[in-house]
Design a protein around this ligand. Structure first.
Ligand SMILES: [Zn+2]
Length: 396
């Protein structure tokens, strides 16, 4: 059997008044996803356990078949992204996510992504920050990641500290959301000094209204160790994604990770390169996990039309070609679901039930006609915790 997991990040939403009460997923033309729903078994699942932050690391870990309550506990996304970048953490070290962000002159968070800065633009800026801060802040190492997503690794004990994700505080005064807890003074000092460095850095300020004004530290955690996917489920798997978080999760569970040229994590991503890479992986392995970030980014931007278009692109340029590519196999199954909601009305992640469909060999239709939040909830089966879906995909 060949297995494909299709994950349009944050595609699930809530009814939108301006769309006549429809969600972007309902409004979008999605003939391929609707075919999966019509021929497969649908329902809802909860990718974010109660009490946990609705982060993509939590939701994707659930869909990979691991209970975040057991495996993630208090850890943020820092160590997952460190794993993705091949950075080995010592036992006493913690990895913090370090965003390049833009704060307005009124002290409010304007943009968690510094104008969706590219890796090429960000690299010299992060390297300059590292060089300028290394002497005064020798207990930190600053590492270049991807796009606006970088890392600060430190030997400081960060247990018990709390943070605000920068994408969750857009429009709010940042002073209300700085790191809190035992090491808050030192982390805030680092952020303040970095802001001064960024102000004087020509390669940064040359970006004008998109220039980074600050770094934002959050998502800290220590080295994670997760049981291998092959031991848990008896299958070999591979991951296709542009984003460090799912890449890091894949590395931590022993899945192969492909670097796809042209995969950006945004709406301009090279869909056909991702589909080809996924189908190549499937020739060798049992399972491929294909993650597309674009619907989530449109949700964060509160861009209704952009989210509809990102979902339609996922349908026509990912789901359709994957279905065509699977025709060569007699025994195949697809799981299509989301890692959390990213409602355009709030521009942020939300926990809650998201739709899923299981499709393929041995799976019979259940009367659901379209892939949508409402249909899957009304007519499908609620499996409860999202990590239980993997056994359903494999075990039916
Ligand atoms: Zn996500």
């Amino acid at each position: 059997m060949k297995y494909v997991i299709l994950l349009p990040d944050g595609a699930a939403d809530e009814p939108v008044e301006e769309l006549g009460g429809l969600t972007p997923l309902e409004q979008a033309e999605t003939p391929n996803m609707d075919r999966l729903a019509r021929e497969g078994r649908c329902g809802t699942q909860q990718p974010i356990p109660e009490g946990m932050e609705a982060g993509s690391e939590v939701g994707n870990l659930s869909v990979l078949g691991y209970d975040p309550v057991v495996h993630l506990r208090d850890s943020g996304r820092g160590p997952i992204e460190a794993a993705s970048l091949g950075i080995d953490l010592a036992d006493e070290e913690s990895a913090l996510r370090m965003n390049l962000v833009r704060v307005g002159s009124d002290g409010r968070m304007v943009d968690h992504s510094a104008g969706h800065i590219t890796t090429e633009q960000a690299r010299p800026i992060v390297e300059a920050l590292s060089a300028a801060l290394v002497d005064e802040f020798s207990e930190f190492r600053i590492c270049t990641g991807k796009g606006y997503r970088h890392l600060a690794i430190t030997s400081l004990p960060l247990e018990g500290m709390t943070y605000s994700p920068p994408h969750s505080i857009v429009g709010e005064p940042v002073a209300d959301h700085l790191p809190r807890g035992g090491q808050q003074a030192r982390l805030r000092e680092l952020m303040a000094k970095a802001s001064l460095v960024l102000q004087d850095l020509e390669i940064n300020t040359a970006r004008g209204d998109a220039a980074a004004t600050d770094i934002w530290l959050w998502g800290a955690g220590k080295k994670l160790s997760l049981p291998p996917f092959v031991d848990e489920y008896g299958l070999n798997g591979g991951m296709v994604t542009a984003v460090d978080l799912p890449k890091g999760l894949a590395k931590l569970i022993g899945m192969s990770v492909e670097d796809i040229p042209g995969a950006t994590g945004f709406t301009d991503t090279d869909y056909s390169a991702k589909v080809s890479a996924a189908l190549d992986i499937l020739e060798e392995k049992d399972l491929v996990y294909l993650h597309v970030e674009a619907p989530d980014e449109m949700g964060h931007a509160s861009d209704r039309q952009g989210k509809i278009e990102a979902i339609e692109a996922f349908d026509s340029r990912v789901v359709g070609p994957i279905l065509a590519g699977l025709e060569r196999y007699n025994k195949k199954r697809i799981l299509l679901t989301c890692d959390h909601l990213t409602p355009v009305a709030i521009g942020d992640h939300r926990a809650g039930a998201v739709p899923y469909v299981l499709w393929g060999t041995g799976i019979t239709a259940d009367g659901v006609r379209v892939f949508s939040e409402k249909e899957c909830a009304a007519k499908g089966e609620d499996v409860g915790a999202g990590h239980l879906l993997m056994s359903k995909l494999i075990g039916i």
